[in-house]
Design a protein around this ligand. Sequence first.
Ligand code: ZN
Length: 145
Amino acid sequence: MENHGSEFPRLNFKAQIHVAAILVITVVVSVHLVNRLIPRRLAAPRQWDQGPILDARFIVGPLDPEPIDGTCPVHHLQLEEDVVRIDYGLIEPMEGEYPMRRDQFPFANSSYLGGCMVCEPTRAKILFCSECREAEKDWLESWRH
Ligand SMILES: [Zn+2]
């Protein structure tokens, strides 16, 4: 019994070193992973491709034309459905942007302006006209050059 008693602690000691080594490696690897993953997640903008979708197809904002018959009043194309990012906050328009949008591409709807109150949905289902999107793209291009 005494022999067993003296062997067990030795085995246990070795086993403890193994366990301790595994724990240390686990902790080091975990800290490394957490350090690598979490700052990137914090730095990344709010994920917009998850969570509830606001149905904004028939919400008419002060600048929006009314989608009376489901066609674009400028291009006379059937409006299509899309899910786009919601931009919250006060978004400063570019010079002449509002009249341009109203007259040239009222249904581009490449993103949805959610206003200053940040709510849970990050995406909105909207109606858009493909010609309006083309016109908007050209207009944005002309601003870059
Ligand atoms: Zn259009």
